[in-house]
Design a protein around this ligand. Structure first.
Ligand code: SF4
Length: 360
């Protein structure tokens, strides 16, 4: 507890905020937090409210559920409608609306859709239900992907043949590149702490060399995030961008070597579709041919309905930082966490959900 308290000390946070004010002066700075956990933590701790108004914090595409396109959900729903099938998913996906249905609606209609807390739970279901196909919905970034890779590895070693993954895993660095080539003006990035723990700070070097922009990897406690913002303010005001690691107590230069090796053995890089951004080259993880019997997209031939985007939803612009939730006319009126229209209102890391819960 003492450990957490140290990073949540109000006086310490205010002192860092004062340093930010002194450095930023009246220079306008747009800083994007790339990670959905940061989006929620910034809102929860009221960080925006203690920053000067000339520092504009915008949210990026770092919520894996939010950036997963409708087509994937429609595919998952089509798989769920097969006989003798159990769909396993983390909780956030269940309420996300697809084109005409959601996993929650399908479950209400009798399809077997279960929330699990780990891929190991899904494997256990496969062992205990050998007459059924267990399909895990693989949605997440580099933080979640190793656990999915591990489940395929275990299934392969233990010859569990009724387990497969519908894979929509994504990696963060190519998305940064896409954002830097897009229309959003971004002066600096708060880089994701969890993802960086796996991939290591050096993974961003090729992007930084191509597009030098202020960067700082941050943890998730108030003083972690404020220290990172201070570092960015220093870089932006001095015109001297750097690839900085403010989360050195966790993130190393090379990351988690074991997790990266596992990812590389099970997955290969592939182009992937991101809600709001479109296709980003090499931004997805596909299951290697060697493990294709665990790839639900290849294992089952289902008809997927035509994809329809929710009318009026502006998740795409939210996910690229072009607008803020309050700019969407549906925010808080037709679209709320109990009646979400878009994915950004569903996920516990969604920008619209964070602004609804904690205020803009
Ligand atoms: S408020 Fe709802 S409808 Fe509007 S962008 Fe957010 S999720 Fe989409």
């Amino acid at each position: 507890m003492k450990y957490i308290t140290e990073y949540r000390d109000r006086e310490k946070a205010n002192a860092i905020a004062n340093r930010i004010v002194a450095v930023a002066k009246d220079q306008s700075m747009t800083i994007m937090e790339v990670c959905g956990t940061h989006t929620m933590a910034l809102a929860r701790f009221g960080i925006r409210q203690i920053l000067p108004q000339n520092i504009n914090l915008i949210s990026g595409p770092g919520c894996p559920v939010c950036v997963t396109p409708n087509r994937y959900l429609d595919h998952a729903i089509a798989l769920a409608r097969q006989d003798n099938t159990i769909i396993c998913t983390f909780g956030d996906m269940i309420k996300v609306p697809g084109s005409t249905s959601s996993l929650e609606s399908e479950r209400a209609r009798g399809q077997d859709i279960r929330i699990v807390y780990s891929t190991l739970d899904a494997l256990e279901l496969a062992r205990n239900n050998i007459d059924k196909e267990i399909i895990f919905l693989g949605v997440g970034f580099e933080t979640t992907a190793p656990t999915i890779a591990a489940s395929i590895d275990i299934a392969s070693r233990q010859s569990i043949s009724n387990y497969s993954v519908l894979c929509a895993n994504k990696v963060v660095p190519p998305a940064l590149l896409a954002l830097l080539s897009g229309r959003t003006e971004i002066d600096g990035f708060i880089l994701p702490g969890h993802v960086s723990t796996i991939i290591g700070s050096e993974s961003y070097t090729p992007i930084f060399e191509k597009h030098p922009v202020a960067c700082s990897i941050a943890g998730f406690e108030p003083s972690d995030m404020l220290e990172a913002i201070y570092e960015l303010a220093v870089q932006i005001s001095s015109g001297d961008p750097k690839l900085h690691n403010s989360y050195r107590r966790v993130v190393t230069a090379n990351g988690n070597i074991k997790a990266k090796a596992l990812l590389n053995r099970i997955f290969e890089a592939s182009d992937a579709e991101w809600r709001g951004i479109g296709n980003i080259p090499e931004s997805g993880l596909s299951i290697r041919d060697e493990f294709s019997s665990y790839d639900a997209a290849k294992k089952f031939n289902v008809t997927i309905e035509e994809t329809v985007e929710p009318a009026g939803c502006r998740c795409g612009e939210i996910l690229t930082g072009n607008i803020k939730p309050a700019d969407c006319p549906l925010f808080g009126n037709n679209c709320t966490p109990s009646h979400p229209i878009g994915a950004c209102m569903v996920s516990s890391e969604g920008t619209c959900a964070a602004h609804f819960k904690y205020g803009s």
